[in-house]
Design a protein around this ligand. Sequence first.
Ligand SMILES: Cc1cc2nc3c(=O)[nH]c(=O)nc-3n(C[C@H](O)[C@H](O)[C@H](O)COP(=O)(O)O)c2cc1C
Length: 403
Amino acid sequence: MERSLQGKTVLLGVSGGIAAYKAVEITSRLVKLGAEVHVLMTPAATKLVAPLTFQAICHTPVMVDVMREQTGGVDHVHLAHKADLYVIAPATANTIANLAGGHAADWLGICGLAVTCPVLLCPAMEANMYAAPITQRNLQTLKNQGWTIMEPGEGRFASGLMGKGRLPEPADIVEAGLLLLGRAERQDLTNKKVLVTAGTTREALDPVRFIGNRSTGKMGFAIAAAAAARGADVTLVTGPSTLPDPAGVKVIKIESALEMLAACQEAFPGADITIAAAAPADYRPLEYHDQKIKKAGDEMTIQLVKNPDIIAELGTHKAPGQITVAFAAETERVIEHAREKLIKKKADFVVANDVTAAGAGFGVDTNKVSFITPGSVDELPLMTKQEVADRILDKAVLLLGER
Ligand SMILES: Cc1cc2nc3c(=O)[nH]c(=O)nc-3n(C[C@H](O)[C@H](O)[C@H](O)COP(=O)(O)O)c2cc1C
């Protein structure tokens, strides 16, 4: 990932949250990376941190009063038009509502409407305010228009309440901004079709019970979001997941492995790249009971039958130009098992991870993976699932170019 912001213009919107002081460190980090930073503050934010603090760091006028400050003598959308990245941190509940409503009474709102660059919004508020359905609805509205919403952290608030709503660390916000900018500039998947599978499957035993696994869908959703941000036409086939749909992605929701296979078979013929990040069940119950199975003896036996291997199945119908990527979630002899999968699934490469390793596997935000091709093993360091997603796509794009 490009680690410089030399020649880039970054707008930093600061609203009146208790975490406004952390925006000072964000500014400092952006300036150190070489960006031209323009800070936009709501009047409420100026009660918490003095505009002069930001001005001393970024050497550009801080924009507060829409009717007073002018963007260098030019029109009011000048800054928005020259921006390469717009970060809003912290974003209060009020500012989020304003942005979702299209209000333009402050600089944050004007730029929210006028920018065409990627936007990274970092909500920060007390846990109940964050969880409020109206706040969640407003965030979804902004997500639907392609903005990236950074998940707040969990912790204790001044009110004594524990929960979600803390502003992420400034370093993580800047990293997320770099990632977003990198994707927007790459656009190397324009006119390409990408098929991604994600999550667990549910293999029903009766109307209320099923066999499933711990996969949450995080890795597959991250790949789908990254591919869409890089310009691809993305179809995501996912099992049940609590994650929000990624912006700009066609999402097909299924329950069982057989349903996942059917959805994939439909999308696969047109797909340039197929990435199977899902963990579909290997087996399903032989028998489905129409009525809830009653409690009976001390022991019970459920007979299982093998499910089709989805990526292997797709691999047998692969056209010469298509790239397929399989995942190998292992708990032992990771590389050895991944090599076997590479051959069995006719994949171009396998993304292998030890799901028992710290920071890797199900439910966590990071992953530590290796790429296995017929002739190489490429071990990657521990990184966020967003970064892993980009590295997988980098590799797939490279292989696609070699075809
Ligand atoms: C000390 C203090 C801290 C506050 N912290 C937050 C906060 O972290 N998040 C939030 O959404 N509102 C917070 N508020 C409430 C906002 O400041 C208030 O809703 C304000 O209208 C926001 O205006 P703005 O969105 O235009 O900046 C805080 C208020 C005070 C007085």
